[in-house]
Write a protein that binds this ligand. Structure first.
Ligand SMILES: Nc1ncnc2c1ncn2[C@@H]1O[C@H](COP(=O)(O)OP(=O)(O)OP(=O)(O)O)[C@@H](O)[C@H]1O
Ligand SMILES: [Mg+2]
Length: 208
């Protein structure tokens, strides 16, 4: 089972992860965007960690909702509302729960990814965070169908997200600011797919 404390540790660890990766993400975003993704994510998850410390949530749904609202308020840009939507949709099946199992974990990611796709209208291959989320969800579903436990499912998710991140390099951007570059967007790794891979690698490291 995944506890409320582990969900909070995932979120607070992301503060450190995004501070450590701030320059890297901003460098990626300077090639095909406006050089703010690292700054946005570090600011967002610093606010998330503070919010969880100030207002200790009573259950996992409440924790995910605080993460969502704080990201929407503090991240801005395209990625703020998208990550905010992920955590908001993910919170719904977890309301009132102080622990969740492997099937709940797969369900919350499925709901979250559905939210990102509804909100941003990106499809796989558009060179966005969807190119990390979709393969991660598929790998989680597959690992679970073969009897995988929380650890197996999270290992599969982190690996597939990293592969999805790498696969964005040759893609032509069709969404967001990067799409203005047309063919010149090829040959660069998508910043949002990179932050998604970090979120899932951190989930693997903190939720098992
Ligand atoms: N419609 C979309 N659907 C899914 N992801 C998207 C979409 N638009 C942008 N993104 C993701 O957001 C990332 C950029 O996030 P950032 O925090 O830099 O916001 P931004 O500068 O406003 O974004 P952008 O320049 O792409 O409009 C991209 O790398 C991409 O992964
Ligand atoms: Mg940007």
């Amino acid at each position: 089972m995944i506890s409320l404390a582990q969900i909070c540790t995932w979120a607070t660890t992301l503060r450190t992860v995004f501070i450590d990766n701030r320059e890297y993400l901003t460098e990626l975003d300077s090639a095909i965007g406006d050089a703010d993704h690292g700054i946005n994510m570090a600011r967002g998850f610093t606010a998330v960690a503070t919010a969880l410390e100030d207002d200790v949530p009573g259950d996992i749904g409440a924790a995910l909702k605080i993460i969502s609202m704080t990201l929407i308020k503090n991240v801005g840009g395209a990625s703020g509302p998208l990550y905010g939507t992920f955590f908001l949709k993910a919170s719904l099946p977890c309301m009132g729960r102080d622990a969740i199992g492997v099937d709940d974990l797969v369900l919350l990611v499925r709901e979250g990814v559905k939210g990102i796709r509804q909100r941003g209208k990106a499809v796989p291959g558009d060179k966005t965070m969807v190119d990390a989320w979709e393969p991660a969800l598929a790998a989680m579903t597959d690992a679970r169908s073969r009897g995988g436990d929380i650890e197996a499912v999270l290992i599969a998710a982190a690996r597939a997200a990293a592969e999805g991140r790498d696969a964005t390099i040759p893609m032509l951007a069709r969404k967001g600011r990067a799409s203005y570059l047309g063919e010149r967007s090829r040959g660069h790794q998508d910043p949002g797919a990179t932050s998604t891979a970090l979120i899932l690698a951190t989930a693997r490291d903190t939720l098992v």
